[in-house]
Design a protein around this ligand. Structure first.
Ligand SMILES: NC(=O)c1ccc[n+]([C@@H]2O[C@H](COP(=O)([O-])OP(=O)(O)OC[C@H]3O[C@@H](n4cnc5c(N)ncnc54)[C@H](O)[C@@H]3O)[C@@H](O)[C@H]2O)c1
Ligand SMILES: [Zn+2]
Length: 554
């Protein structure tokens, strides 16, 4: 399956969905059909569709074939109906199926909340079985206790139906969706699929943190939230959301940035998980920039040989690069990322609202990877950056969102084709494509003792790689020149000091040991057409370096 990208809007005619969930007696069918009527959208009720198709009432299917057979039919029907535009009302127990909860991601889900007393009254009245009220009430108490966290995990709108009559409930839902519908750009949730051993989705949108409980898996009870001190407020919000959904969150505050990526910090996380009694079925959330998600991934991969991992990247670099693709790791005194493993997350949640607090310099650092994605795979990114450089530097802008989504799509496509970085051989470029600009970039980072941001070093490294491509006679000089233009436009550095090439080459030679015996550079033959330049001559490298070396000031 190829990675696919689909954006859902709440707007008629665009494959949109408003999905109603809730306990028996919450009024899903009544409210759902009235809301659909008011919005002029088609309406379907999953149970009614099943009854119509099988010619049997749901209760009879339960009795004749058993609950598992009914649930299987329910999953298939729900998934099918979710692909069609309109308003859909699910069965009361639908959220107990993990497949349905997964299928609901990216849809606008309305949870109609109802108390046991009210639900029992409505069910009793509807079914005209007042004598069963005692039993119905007992069953409802059990059902609501088990399902409340599941409803909370999938809902993006929650409406209390107890205190209001049907008309008032319908009014409030119509008002909230039409208000959101006016701002399609911020209301949409984009889902990007990553094909892996266990495929997963990257969700991008605003206000998505409330979806975290739903991503923790139906088995999880305890959830560790690993975060840096800078994000303690956000972590506390996440912890309350998880607790409200009936989970047992454990907050683990780790040092900021690279300070988190050490064996000592990982060991500390393991001991917190151990003391809290984390089992195989519990989950770890990495909430932070790339450093935090790299550490959290490593901890999740190693605890009990692997527990569920959800990454919530909070930096642009984390969203477009670190949190997607399954590489986890920590540093050792000998170098960066020397210890780690491939471990895919169960889901990645990119809530664009969290970027509001990201320092601009960090945001701009992440744009180097965005522009890289433009050059290696998606020229539209380059056009967008050129057309609105201020916009892409601004958290909350639609253009930043678009370039982030496009970059995640590029990364998803590349890693889906080469999960373990193994198909890059000879002149064939697999996942190594993502290393465009990184060979020199890594050497600069190291020479600067990691005081430069990763993206800043990669920015210079890309200008160098483009020069190398041009001097090797592969790349049009205009395309090479466009690198420095675009990177400078957003405020990234494009030069590095003169006279240190030998030092940098020595570092690159060390780096290359991880790959083979000759120095390899990812170069471009054109935009979106990369290849490998293996063992270029010292003269060629020196000439390319010369064109990026900072001239001493007069
Ligand atoms: N696993 C991978 O595939 C992969 C890919 C690229 C980079 N990385 C790793 O990612 C790391 C770099 O990522 P990064 O640039 O996100 O660095 P980072 O995690 O160090 O974050 C940069 C700074 O921004 C702060 N920050 C993050 N989000 C914030 C927010 N929303 N509000 C306020 N402050 C916020 C952090 O606390 C930190 O001080 C490196 O360790 C690198 O090795 C991993
Ligand atoms: Zn990078």
């Amino acid at each position: 399956m190829n990675p696919a990208q689909h954006t859902e809007y709440f707007s008629p005619g665009r494959g949109a969905h408003l999905v109603f969930v809730g306990a028996p007696g919450s009024g899903k069918s009544t409210v759902g059909s009235l809301v659909a009527e008011r919005l002029g959208l088609p309406f379907a009720d999953v149970d009614s569709v099943i009854e119509h198709r099988t010619g049997q009432p749901v209760a009879e299917i339960f009795a004749d074939q058993g609950e598992p057979a009914f649930r299987a039919l329910e999953v298939a029907t729900t998934v099918e109906l979710l692909r069609q535009p309109g308003v859909l009302s699910l069965g009361g127990g639908a959220v107990t199926s993990a497949e349905i909860r997964d299928a609901l991601r990216g849809h606008r889900v309305v949870w109609l909340q109802v108390s046991v007393g009210q639900a029992a009254r409505r069910v009793g009245l509807n079914e005209a079985r007042p004598l069963l009220l005692g039993n119905v009430r007992g069953q409802l108490i059990k059902l609501l206790a088990a399902r409340t966290p599941l409803y909370a995990g999938v809902a993006s709108i929650t409406v209390d139906t107890d205190a209001h009559d049907v008309d008032a409930v319908v009014d409030s839902i119509v008002a909230s969706v039409t208000e959101l519908g006016q701002n399609v750009a911020t209301d949409a949730v984009t889902t990007i699929e990553v094909t892996a051993e266990r495929p997963y989705q990257v969700l991008v949108g605003h206000g998505l943190l409330d979806r975290l409980p739903g991503l923790c898996g139906d088995q999880a009870r305890r959830v560790a939230v690993i975060h840096p001190p800078t994000l303690v407020g956000l972590a506390e919000r996440v912890v309350s959301t998880l607790a409200a959904a009936g989970l047992e969150p454990v907050r683990i505050d780790v040092p900021d940035a690279e300070g988190a990526k050490t064996a000592a910090v990982a060991a500390n996380c393991w001991s917190v998980l151990g003391s809290a009694g984390f089992t195989r079925s519990d989950a770890v959330i990495g909430l932070g920039g790339g450093a935090t998600t790299d550490l959290a991934g490593f901890v999740a991969a190693t605890w009990l040989r692997g527990v569920r991992l959800v990454t919530v990247p909070t930096s642009v670099l984390g969203m477009v690069d670190a949190a997607v693709g399954g590489k986890t790791g920590i540093n050792t005194p000998e170098g960066k990322n020397l210890v780690g493993c491939f471990y895919e997350p169960a889901g990645v949640l990119c809530d664009l609202d969290v970027l509001q607090t990201l320092p601009v310099a960090d945001l701009v650092g992440g744009l180097a990877e965005v522009i890289k994605c433009g050059f290696i795979a998606d020229p539209e990114i380059l056009r967008l950056v050129q057309a609105d450089p201020d916009g892409v530097r601004t958290a909350g802008s639609p253009v930043l969102r678009e370039v982030i989504e496009r970059s995640i799509q590029v990364k998803a496509t590349v890693v889906s084709g080469d999960l373990r970085e193994s198909t890059s051989t000879g002149s064939q470029v697999g996942r190594e494509l993502l290393n465009y600009g990184h060979t020199l970039g890594h050497a600069i980072e190291r020479r600067e003792h990691y005081r430069w941001r990763h993206g800043e070093a990669v920015s210079v490294g890309m200008v160098f790689a483009a020069e190398l491509s041009r001097l090797a006679g592969r790349l049009d000089p205009k395309v090479a020149a466009r690198h420095a233009q675009l990177l400078q436009l957003v405020g990234l550095p494009v030069r590095y000091r003169a006279g240190v090439l030998d030092e940098l080459l020595a570092t690159m030679a060390l780096d290359k040991k991880t790959r083979g015996s000759t120095l390899r550079f990812v170069v471009l033959d054109d935009i979106a057409r990369a290849s490998i330049l293996e063992g270029p001559s010292r003269e060629l490298i020196a000439a390319a370096y010369d064109s990026i070396a900072a001239r001493p000031s007069p």
